[in-house]
Design a protein around this ligand. Structure first.
Ligand SMILES: Nc1ncnc2c1ncn2[C@@H]1O[C@H](COP(=O)(O)OP(=O)(O)O)[C@@H](O)[C@H]1O
Ligand SMILES: [Mg+2]
Length: 359
């Protein structure tokens, strides 16, 4: 096992004018499950491939434990990678697929068989060892790809969207299995996904990337409760946080005719901006007698909860609003209701810099 450190690691692809990964600083603890998350093209795979030695590091460095591996070839890094498409050898049995890397390392046939069997047991693959990949389901192939990484007993697991080829239900089951397995094995893991729900449910910590730049790294709950900027606020959480550019007034900020009370000390930090970006999670709106008038478009009933989708009028524009409401509360489509934001649950951001504002 080992720590992993990215130290201002940068990747500029030939012909690229901006870095795909720009001075990434990230310290991953021994045994930690670190998730890299962000929209497509933000540099997740590039970061992982730099750690794997599959992509050149143009500036900065990467350490595994206390070894500087920045310019070491992949085979000297003691890592095992699970790819999105699994990259199984079609003509080899499951057992041979799982043991292939060990065979290349010159591990004896007996030891290979033993380690393959151990991994197969962990993954529930004992009965499939003689099958070829084409005779397996998607979920089983995914486990073979995991098994191939496990038998190598590496210092670090790297996984690049390993669940994206599975259907939605299997993806949910498998993400729990991977998280449990990682915890049991205690191997430092760097896991890439574009799916923030996957990131939040699996990671000990989550690193959010955008345009090659690390935005914030923290535990799932800390990201949810204290997003550092507007991007993280909108990216983490489902349904997404409402982000309203409200007009700054005496003692608060105004959306339509509704004034959201905000402390003066925070308002003063908005500088010369005339608006402040108010973030309200769907659960931080309450139906009230007075509040923001919202025209109800759809109510999504989920049994325990319901999500209300509607619009509010603000500066002659329709502003989309999402609120979580009590499922037993009768709200009619096409009606207008009033929503008040719970003051202690507000997230406030500078409209110009998009950074979080605090008192
Ligand atoms: N081999 C490559 N050559 C040139 N540009 C690349 C290459 N691979 C990725 N990129 C670019 O680098 C950026 C980051 O890509 P990538 O790391 O694959 O993003 P992600 O995995 O987050 O979707 C994107 O703008 C992408 O177009
Ligand atoms: Mg990718």
């Amino acid at each position: 096992m080992a720590t992993v450190s990215f130290k201002a690691a940068t990747r500029i692809y030939p012909g690229g004018d901006t870095p795909a990964v720009d001075k990434l600083n990230l310290e991953i603890e021994d045994g930690e499950f670190m998730v890299l998350v962000g929209p497509s093209g933000c540099g997740k795979s590039t970061s992982l491939r730099m750690l794997a030695g599959l992509e050149e590091v143009n500036e900065g460095s990467i350490y595994i434990g206390d070894r500087d591996v920045t310019h070491r070839p992949p085979k000297e890094r003691d890592i095992a990678m699970v790819f999105q498409n699994y990259a199984l050898y079609p003509h080899m049995s499951v057992a041979d697929n799982m043991g292939f890397a060990l065979k290349m390392q010159g591990v004896s046939k007996e030891d290979r068989a033993k380690r393959v069997m151990e991994a197969a047991k962990l993954l529930g693959l004992e009965d499939y060892l003689e099958r070829k990949p084409k005779a397996l389901s998607g979920g089983q192939r995914q486990r073979v790809a995991m098994g191939r990484a496990i038998v190598r007993n590496p210092q670090v697991f790297l996984m690049d969207e390993p669940l994206s080829n599975l259907d939605a239900k299997l993806r949910v089951q498998t993400r729990t299995q991977i998280a449990e397995l990682q915890q049991r094995l205690g191997v430092t893991t760097v896991y890439v996904t574009h799916d923030q729900v996957e990131a939040m449910t699996m990671g000990d910590r989550v690193a959010v990337l955008k345009d090659g730049l690390l935005q914030q790294v923290d535990t799932p709950l800390a990201l949810y409760d204290h997003p550092k900027n507007k991007f993280v606020a909108g990216f983490i959480g489902s349904p997404a946080m409402n982000l309203l550019d409200a007009d700054i007034t005496e003692g608060g900020a105004k959306v339509g005719d509704y004034v959201i009370p905000i402390e003066r000390t925070i308002l003063s930090k908005a500088g010369s901006d005339r608006t402040i970006t108010v973030g309200v999670r769907p659960e931080a709106f309450k139906v009230a007698d007075k509040g923001l008038p919202v025209h109800v478009a759809v109510v999504e009933e989920l049994g325990a909860d319901a999500f209300l989708y509607g619009t509010a009028e603000h500066n002659n524009e329709h502003q989309q609003i999402i609120a979580r409401i009590d499922a037993r509360m009768p709200v009619e489509k096409g009606s207008t209701i009033h929503l008040a934001a719970v003051p202690e649950k507000l997230h406030l951001f500078s409209t110009s810099t998009e950074e979080r504002l605090t008192a």
